[in-house]
Design a protein around this ligand. Structure first.
Ligand code: AMP
Ligand code: MG
Length: 531
């Protein structure tokens, strides 16, 4: 089966490559990628598989499942250890703004594209993360460790099942080769198991891909990349617009998609952690799962990324504004093609309205309203103020609201929904004025939601307020067992995350607030970029 698999080379054939095959770190000009060879691993072993992503690609048996005898071949292919004939692996060349500063050329330092697989007339690009050195590896090794690979594998799929645009993950392969990492950059390097994740998307082109050519004044390549992107991934624009107008419409579409994407992040409490422009997909998908995290206690200034602990540039509440800042960088990069600064500015300005509208629609759904009323503003302001008073689990809290009956009398804490009580990290320590404010709020809420039947409202709300998210501590538990060679934890967690909006039997342990032991444990509440 694997031998008959056909890879196409749309990206490589459609755009100019770097003539040099030299792997050493260097500046690459006038090229969109460099040809590279993934490294051969000592003993590749397939340890996790997403049958949904396999189905998307037309791989595996019916339902995307993989059979035992095929695992070896897949492990070789998806670790980069064996190539199929016709494959032309490559690393992309791009730049980016990192933490607000132009960083120049970056590129795929540890990602290697394998080309595309066609299924149902849709080409899907496959990319291996952690498959070895490229000319863009700079001073690093091009490899990835198991812990960060499990995190990327699980969260990519979790996001998809939440309904959030994202790159997908097909597989997780252990390489059999140790990788040395200094997890906290504190002089304690340690050998960890090496792994490779195979990511899947229509494209892995980033804002920084356009920025690099623009920064170098290479308008020819800039235009080629924009044309390639529009033709392949925005075909409707290609059919309906020409010239500068087409480029402007393209930018407007990216603005819209990015606003929509970030609204969905805010809705489920996802914090990306490193929203540099090289980590922003031109398709408006979530890309590059590094030190990401999920809000557990609702805290606006929270970031999972220890590297960002001081500035908190990429904290939860900053994400919408950072999305706009990143789009302004993309706009500047596209200026040579669009020419008119003021139309670009107007296009960028639509971000705020687009984001607000998306967020409003999402809130209406999350709160179980039919539509906004003028009086809702006060109710919502009070809600978000209350959420910040004491540590309140965002996921459990929103999920609990569907348990409130219309016009229900709520006069004391005992009448709060059980799940809402479970959302408080220290329920017994809540001060009486806080309890009173919450009780009053719930009472007003119960009056407000009398338009829909309780059943219809609960259905609407449970379809947008997940019960299960990829909580850091749960991912860490799966990682702990994986590091001992047991991957059933990864498999079970993935299975839970496939139905985030449906209560699942015997899976209560996946819908609980972060336990105390996880409060300060590495990987559970904070992460570094070291991966
Ligand atoms: P990130 O913050 O993970 O998006 O990475 C920023 C840049 O560093 C990208 O160009 C990555 O390809 C590169 N990079 C990160 N980790 C490694 C690594 N272990 N080896 C080589 N390059 C890396
Ligand atoms: Mg990146």
């Amino acid at each position: 089966m694997l031998n008959s698999l056909k890879f196409t080379n749309n990206f490589v054939n459609g755009l100019a490559g770097d003539p040099s095959l030299e792997v050493k770190p260097r500046q690459v000009y006038e090229a969109f990628y460099s040809r590279v060879s993934p490294r051969v691993c000592t003993s590749p072993q397939l340890v996790a598989w997403s049958s949904e992503t396999a189905k998307l690609l037309g791989l595996g048996e019916q339902g995307g499942a993989i059979h035992e005898p095929e695992k070896k071949d897949y492990a070789n292919l998806l670790s980069g250890s064996a190539l199929l004939s016709g494959m032309r692996p490559f690393a992309m060349c791009y730049g980016g703004h990192q933490f607000g500063q132009w960083a120049g050329q970056l590129g795929d330092g540890r990602a290697i594209g394998l080309g595309e697989i066609n299924n149902a007339n849709q080409p899907w690009a496959l990319q291996l993360k952690g498959a070895g050195l490229t000319p863009y590896s700079r001073t690093a090794d091009g490899l990835a460790v198991l812990r960060s690979s499990v995190r990327e594998f699980l969260c990519s799929e979790a996001m998809h099942h939440l309904g959030i645009p994202t790159t997908r993950a097909l597989s997780l392969v252990l390489t059999g080769d140790p990788v040395v990492r200094d997890m906290f950059y504190d002089g304690h390097p340690k050998a960890e198991p090496g792994a490779v994740v195979c990511r899947v998307s229509k494209a892995f082109i980033r804002f920084g891909s356009f920025e690099l050519f623009s920064s170098r004044g290479d308008e020819v390549r800039l235009k080629e990349l924009v044309e390639f992107t529009i033709q392949n991934f925005y075909p409707k624009l290609d059919a309906n617009y020409v010239g500068t107008d087409k480029y402007l419409q393209f930018y407007i579409e990216v603005v819209k998609r990015t606003a929509a994407l970030i609204a969905t992040w805010q809705g489920v409490g996802f914090v990306h952690g490193v929203m540099n422009t090289d980590n922003m997909s031109i398709l408006g998908e979530t890309i590059d799962y590094g030190p990401y995290g999920w809000l557990e206690p609702y805290e606006l200034a929270w970031t999972p990324n220890t590297t960002d602990a001081e500035g908190r540039r990429y904290a939860y509440a900053n994400q919408p504004a950072i999305g706009m800042w990143n789009l302004s960088r993309l706009g500047t990069a596209l200026l040579p093609l669009i020419e008119d600064k003021s139309v670009l500015q107007s296009a960028l300005d639509t971000y705020k309205d687009e984001y607000s509208e998306r967020w409003r629609v999402l809130l209406v759904a999350k709160l179980g309203f039919v539509e906004f009323q003028d009086t809702d503003e006060a109710l919502i302001d009070e809600l978000f103020e209350l959420l910040q008073l004491e540590e309140t689990d965002m996921t459990l809290f929103f999920r609990s609201l569907s348990g409130i009956k219309s016009k229900q009398k709520i006069l004391s804490m005992e009448q709060w929904p059980e799940l809402m009580q479970a959302a408080f990290y220290q329920l017994e320590k809540l001060e009486s004025n806080v309890v009173q404010r919450w009780t009053r709020w719930l009472q007003s809420y119960a009056v407000r939601v009398s338009k829909l039947s309780d059943k219809a409202r609960a259905e609407q709300m449970d379809a947008v307020n997940p019960l299960y998210v990829c909580r850091n501590y749960l991912a860490q538990k799966a990682i702990d067992s994986a590091e001992q060679g047991d991957f059933t934890g990864v498999e079970t967690f993935l299975d839970v995350l496939k139905r985030p909006y449906t209560e699942q039997k015997n899976r209560q342990a996946y819908a609980e607030r972060r336990p105390e032991w996880a409060r300060s444990r590495a990987g559970c509440s904070m992460l570094s970029c070291s991966s």
